[in-house]
Ligand binder design. Structure first.
Ligand SMILES: [Zn+2]
Length: 87
């Protein structure tokens, strides 16, 4: 008997491993000084607050499949095609 394991994956190509999730996070940019218009002159360094990393809610399809390159909203259940050998 093969154990039925529910797997989620890409709704386009049924890939189940290797995805990219669109994230947003906060960063503090170093400002060297301000120009005559009061606009910042950046020092060229930013400190990223990794604890602020979250799913990008402004993206309609935040997940991208590494295999087919297509984006999707949520993963779908992929039919288990490969047979698991019984012990
Ligand atoms: Zn895919």
């Amino acid at each position: 008997m093969s154990r039925k394991s529910k797997k989620y994956g890409c709704p386009h190509c049924e890939n189940t491993e290797g995805f990219t999730e669109a994230n947003v996070l906060n960063a503090d940019a170093s400002v060297l000084n301000f120009d005559r218009e009061g606009e910042p002159n950046y020092a060229g360094e930013s400190e990223i607050d990794w604890n602020s990393q979250t799913l990008d809610q402004n993206t309609a399809e935040p997940y991208r499949c590494d295999a087919c390159g297509k984006s999707f909203v949520k993963p779908s259940i992929v039919p288990h095609t490969r047979r698991e050998k019984s012990a």
